[in-house]
Design a protein. Structure first.
Length: 95
């Protein structure tokens, strides 16, 4: 298959970003541009559809779901409290 030649004009900031990206990875700019175009034009990956459970199905399944006994629920609550205590204090966005 014969390669095609393309001349591309880029804004200066985009050209600098392309050059930095290529230099950091030890690749020619043309290879980076080819890969970017190929990714842009590639058909979207087909993911397996996620099956959603309806409220009716969940209501039917609910009685069969495992439950925590009182000791397990208490231990779970203790774990949550301990993990919360280990979190760093929240900072305001303006700090």
């Amino acid at each position: 298959m014969k390669n095609s030649h393309l001349t591309l004009r880029l804004p200066a900031d985009l050209a600098r970003a392309l050059a930095r990206w290529a230099r950091a990875r030890g690749l020619p700019k043309s290879e980076v541009a080819r890969e970017a175009v190929a990714r842009y034009l590639a058909p979207p990956a087909v993911e397996s559809p996620v099956r959603r459970v309806t409220a009716r199905e969940l209501a039917a399944l609910w009685p069969a779901l495992p439950r925590l006994n009182a000791a397990e629920a208490s231990a779970f609550a203790d774990d949550i409290d301990r993990m919360r205590a280990e979190l760093p204090p929240a900072r305001a966005e303006w700090e």
